[in-house]
Ligand binder design. Structure first.
Ligand SMILES: [Fe+2]
Ligand SMILES: [Fe+2]
Length: 218
């Protein structure tokens, strides 16, 4: 497995080196780490999960290059090209493509969740864990900066109950409410739910501090 990951790393290093929106190579490595921790307790095919974790965000690169929204499904042709350079079997490749296609399903989005195979569920959890906690806070402000989104606009109400990845938030703080604070209850596996708890509490503390400071209360 290490060998395939090394091969993939070389393959995608050049594609990801310019990424500055929070979906860089280290996001892929952290998601891989999260996924391996979860898989150890929850099971599932370790190789499929590892390869999927490492290739799951090619759609972000395409989006950055074209300037247009690109869904995970839209990225599958490019992912397949990379997979074809490995010695994975056709069945394994199909399974990886399936995980990647469905890694961004959220229970709180309009369409909800439609898959329930353990490999995709672990990938979803691993990816979502990297969106919350200290790393999540860092990433969401980095994403805001890269996309010229302001920190907070008090005059703009929170008006999005459902989350749509293609819609922009008014501010980075809005993004906590439209997505990040919902991720804890969106975890699929018991292992990820436990990991998400601490990360979620840390974000709550951060937001409390943010607003206290904004109001000059402390
Ligand atoms: Fe993604
Ligand atoms: Fe991701």
């Amino acid at each position: 497995m290490e060998q395939i990951i090394k091969q993939l790393e070389d393959e995608i290093k050049t594609r990801f080196h310019k990424e500055s929106s929070g979906h860089d190579m280290y996001h892929l490595k952290r998601v891989l780490n999260n996924a391996m921790t979860i898989q150890e307790k929850e099971g599932g095919d370790r190789l499929i999960i590892a390869v999927s974790a490492f290739l799951h965000d090619i759609h972000r690169i395409i989006q950055q290059e074209t300037g247009k929204f690109c869904s995970p499904k839209d990225s599958l042709v490019q992912v397949k090209e990379i997979l074809d350079k490995t010695n994975l079997s056709e069945v394994q490749k199909t399974n990886v493509l399936h995980c990647i296609e469905f890694h961004e399903e959220y229970a709180f989005s309009d369409t909800g969740k439609t898959v329930n195979d353990i490999e995709t569920l672990v990938l979803q959890d691993a990816d979502n864990l990297d969106g919350i906690g200290a790393i999540g806070i860092g990433r969401t402000f980095t994403f805001g900066g890269a996309n010229k989104v302001v920190m907070w606009v008090p005059e703009q109400p929170f008006n999005r109950d459902t989350f749509d990845e293609s819609e922009k938030d008014h501010s980075t703080i809005h993004h906590f409410h439209s997505k990040l604070l919902k991720l804890k209850d969106n975890m699929n596996t018991e292992t990820a739910k436990k990991m998400a708890n601490d990360r979620h509490n840390f974000m709550e503390t951060f937001l409390q501090e943010f607003f206290d400071e904004w109001e000059g209360k402390k």
